[in-house]
Ligand binder design. Structure first.
Ligand code: TXA
Ligand code: MG
Length: 326
């Protein structure tokens, strides 16, 4: 695998690999993506294989601008245009009716497609040079914590991919917010993420939640256990120190929550800032996971702004494997 710095020459190399059906990991403002040309079903099939991702879980299609998204969809409801114009490029994915250009493998046979314009100069320049949209899930193995640095990608996917563009650490650090916007009826929050719900609702109206208990999730990727480190993770509101001799790690929101007795501690924000906490969350999981601990304890964060997305990822990481694919 080629690890490429984001020079103009390397971007051109990566774009050429993609145009020939290659699979290239690239940085976005949220997390690293594992990209293939969305119009090339064989290249997209390789993405599913490399990740070990089930074929029923559709991918997000990335484009360089709203104008380049339009041929991929069958219509753009007025309120969808309003949020696209307001939040793109940015950490917002819209699920809209797809056009015939999108191969079925990308959408897992659904008649909708997830689309977004990422706000990262490397991603945008790559999309422009490829001249075609890129289907890209997060560049991690299926079910594992998402990568927010090139090193996370290299250690999980290493030799399986053609190239990795290194764009440094991701500024948002948590995946995009995914919203289904039907032609009629309320918009549906499929996944909380980097664009706070509070900023979307003034334009979209109150969002319906897709994950009501017992309901089949509308985003097929919202398997209960996901975004998970290998070490068992426990989510709590108050930290209980580990038993003597137990090697446990702690992911604390602020320094005030840190108690003695943990073998390793990750503080997500010194000042209780949720944006900072989001940028640090996955890196903290990756670091603790590498230590071979018996257990990781994490604390919930306030459930406003990016806190909704952070708690969602922590809750999924905490679920037991047996609950997966229920
Ligand atoms: O920030 C992000 O969104 C990152 C970067 C790389 O763009 N990508 C990402 O992709 O998180 P992925 O594949 O890990 O998550 C995509 C989510 C999944 O939950 C999937 O089920 C959902 O979007 N999704 C994709 N297409 C859909 C569709 N047509 N209908 C409903 N949900 C869809
Ligand atoms: Mg993912």
């Amino acid at each position: 695998m080629l690890v490429l710095s984001a020079s103009a020459a390397n971007l051109e190399r990566a774009a050429a690999l993609l145009r020939r059906g290659g699979v290239v990991a690239f940085p976005t403002e949220t997390v690293y993506g594992l990209g293939a040309v969305a119009l090339d079903p064989e290249a997209v099939a390789r993405v599913f294989e490399i990740k070990g991702r089930p074929r029923f879980d559709p991918l997000i299609v990335h484009a360089a601008s709203l104008a380049e998204v339009e041929p991929l969809i069958a219509g753009l409801p007025e309120r969808a245009r309003a949020v696209a114009e307001r939040f793109w490029p940015g950490p917002l994915t819209l699920v809209l009716r797809k056009s015939a250009r999108i191969p079925d493998i990308v959408t897992a046979g659904l008649d909708t497609v997830a689309v977004r314009v990422p706000a990262h100069p490397v991603a945008l320049e790559l999309l422009r040079r490829v001249g075609m949209p890129l289907a890209a899930p997060s560049a991690n193995l299926f079910g594992m914590a998402s990568p927010t640095t090139a090193e996370h990608v290299r250690s999980q996917l290493g030799a399986r991919i053609d190239a990795l563009l290194d764009g440094g650490a991701c500024a948002v650090g948590i995946e995009s917010t995914v919203v289904l916007i039907p032609e009629q009826g309320p918009a549906v929050l499929l996944r909380p993420g980097g664009t706070p719900v509070e900023e979307l609702e003034p334009l979209l109206g109150p969002l319906e939640r897709s994950t009501a208990a017992g309901q089949r999730p509308l985003a097929p990727g919202q398997l209960l256990r996901h975004y998970a480190p290998r070490t068992p993770l426990e989510l709590c509101d108050w930290v209980i120190p580990p038993a003597r001799g137990e090697r446990a790690g702690l992911i604390a929101f602020t320094p005030q929550q840190v108690t003695d007795g943990f073998a390793a501690v990750e503080v997500l924000s010194e000042t209780g800032n949720l944006r900072e906490a989001a940028t640090r969350l996955f890196a903290a999981m990756h670091r603790l996971d590498a230590l071979g601990l018996e257990r990781i304890v994490a604390t919930r964060v306030p459930a406003s702004g990016l806190g909704l997305a952070i708690n969602d990822r922590l809750e999924r990481a905490a679920r037991q494997t047996s609950e997966t694919l229920a």
